[in-house]
Ligand binder design. Structure first.
Ligand code: G4P
Length: 559
């Protein structure tokens, strides 16, 4: 038997020829991913442990601090301080075993899930954390749907095996049943809860025995071949027998790992572990780095003309205002997709054709900003900008093209904002128009109404607070919220009608349930606002030939 304290990491296999350029080498060693989970499943704890392996021990403290101490470094917005929540997301970066790992940080609060949804558009893979006791919960389900839309490969981490939970086989069954995703276990727990004794690597048959409960530090594990366990007398015969039965069942009934099925989002490798006791996390990290794809080609409008991998391109997936209240600036977060970013380079914004010099590029951690001199595919750069960028903008050096537009997600809260001080009406209108354009909130209007009332929509209620806060702090315009009773939006196209069809003509084609509203969004797309799921069922039943979408994408990725 040997003892393992550190990584036995194997660099990801290099089946492709060795890269010829430095930029290509940098791309191949990047791993960019986000963690999706329901609150309390263990995302923060897992993030902290991953950072520990990356040597960012101090940073790991901040991750926890951010969740528990409400005024920690990342609570940069005044509103965050008041509410004790984090509304911003950026990237945490660490080096491990020759890879640069970019972990896209997503807000834990479900009111900001629209931010999380968009952040997933910048990821090359997602880690789905599931609590062994609770299984798949609502927020995980919603986030899974967004990954599914983009066919993002998902690696599952079943957490809290040190706590009494459900049977491990039951969790696999649930993943398969609810997500039509074939789970391929990579390791298997030797007992759970009080009986948790270790983890068997199903690929090598190595057993890592849980012999040290030191909590947050890297811990030692006894390593032996799983088949030698019986003779070692370290674990009860009944636990060995039941685990052997499970492993045999998993091996005989389960499918084999297939890279293509994993990369196209049909299979998910599953790891079991305990983030809190730091057991199985290193095994997971090594497996994750082996499986997670490096940045690849992204969907774009160049049809069959491939994006030149040597020329810089990227897209804006998030805009955050007031990161530094002293400057009232905005930061556009850009995911680099190709080529090499260099500070001060001149690029074209594909939407406007405008050329712009990128002189203020930063990596942000809490209050700190570190100037970025260069970046490669998979990296996230923050561009300090006075307002020239919009969500979804493509930035490119060389021939101009656009990456696929960011999807729009169905709001769950709708309201009308009124200007409280008529003397500030102009500033209010300007501010609101700017925030809608920036993507801070969605806007709908009824084209047949003469009132031209703007109904604002957001996935989370607190997004309205952010908009009100920004109107007040950036435009000195106070506002009042009047809620509207709608709870969902469904976009639709009527292909046989011209895009600029008359609103009455469209209304004639759609049979609306009572109390639903036919609207256009800020881009002129047709949508229906509905109050209940029952209304939605009626809408679908009454209009069987129309395809309604809960997520609006230009390329209609939803079925
Ligand atoms: P989240 O970011 O997904 O919301 O979850 P977080 O990591 O904050 O974990 C939620 C709770 O679950 C925390 O307990 C955390 O300590 C606990 N936890 C996380 N991973 C494990 C695990 O592997 N095993 C066990 N037993 N517990 C785990 P808390 O009491 O809410 O917070 P704290 O007092 O520990 O900070």
């Amino acid at each position: 038997m040997s003892t393992s304290t550190d990584s036995q990491f194997i660099l990801p296999p290099t089946s492709e020829p060795l890269p010829s350029s430095n930029a290509e080498m940098q791309r191949k060693r990047r791993r960019t991913f986000a963690i999706i989970s329901h609150p309390d499943a263990g995302k923060t704890t897992l993030t902290e442990k991953l950072l520990l392996f990356g040597g960012s021990i101090e940073i790991a403290g901040v991750v926890r601090g951010r969740k528990t101490q409400r005024a920690a470094t990342s609570d940069w917005m005044e509103m965050e301080k008041q509410r004790g929540i984090s509304v911003s997301s950026t990237a945490l970066t660490f080096e491990y075993a020759g890879c640069q790992v970019n972990l896209l940080d997503t807000p834990g609060h479900h009111d900001f899930s629209e931010d999380t949804y968009r952040t997933l558009m910048a990821a090359d893979a997602a880690v789905m954390v599931i609590d062994l006791a609770k299984g798949i919960e609502t927020q995980t389900e919603k986030l899974f749907q967004v990954c599914h839309l983009r066919k993002i490969p998902i690696i599952t981490f079943v957490n809290k095996v040190d706590r009494p939970g459900r049977a491990s086989l039951e969790i696999l069954d649930e993943i398969e049943r609810r997500f039509s995703l074939e789970p391929i276990p990579q390791n298997w727990p030797l007992g759970t809860g009080a009986d948790f004794e270790g983890i068997v690597d199903l690929n090598s048959d190595q057993l890592y025995l849980f012999n040290d409960r030191q909590g947050s530090r890297r811990i030692a594990a006894d390593v032996m071949n799983w088949h030698e366990l019986e003779e070692s007398n370290q674990v009860s015969a009944s636990l060995i027998n039941s685990t052997r039965d499970e492993v045999e069942l998993v091996r005989s009934a389960g499918g084999a790992f297939n890279e293509e099925a994993f990369l196209s989002g049909r299979q998910t490798p599953v790891f079991f572990g305990s983030a809190l006791t730091n057991f199985g996390v290193e095994h997971f990290l090594n497996g994750f780095l082996r499986l997670c794809p490096p940045p690849g080609v992204r969907p774009n409008d160049t049809a069959n003309v491939p994006v030149d991998p040597t020329q810089f391109s990227g897209f804006v997936f998030k805009i955050q205002a007031n990161l530094d209240p002293r400057h009232r600036d905005r930061v556009a977060f850009v995911r680099v997709c190709s080529g090499r970013f260099e500070r001060d380079m001149e690029i074209t914004i594909a939407r406007s054709g405008k050329k712009t010099r990128l002189s203020r590029a930063v990596r942000i951690f809490g209050q700190d900003r570190i100037t970025i001199e260069e970046a490669y595919p998979g990296d996230i750069i923050g561009l300090v900008c006075p307002g020239e960028f919009r969500l979804g903008d493509t930035l490119c050096d060389g021939p101009v093209f656009s990456y696929d537009a960011l999807p729009q997600f169905s709001p769950e809260f709708f309201a009308v904002l009124d200007c409280s001080d008529t003397g500030r009406r102009k500033q209010f209108d300007r501010g609101l128009a700017q925030l809608i354009e920036e993507g801070a909130i969605q806007m709908f209007h009824d084209p047949r109404s003469t009132r031209r009332e703007c109904i604002l929509g957001a996935v989370g209620e607190l997004q309205f607070d952010v908009v009100q806060f920004r109107l007040q702090s950036e435009y000195n315009a106070a506002s009042r919220v009047s809620w509207r009773p709608y709870k969902l939006a469904r976009w639709f196209d009527l292909p046989d009608l011209p895009k600029a069809a008359d609103a009455n003509e469209i209304a004639d084609r759609i049979k609306l349930p009572y109390a639903a509203k036919l609207v256009k969004d800020q881009f002129g797309h047709d949508a229906v606002l509905l109050q209940t799921d029952w209304d939605l069922t009626t809408l679908l039943r009454e209009n069987p030939k129309v395809s309604f979408q809960s997520i609006r994408t230009e390329k209609k990725l939803t079925p």
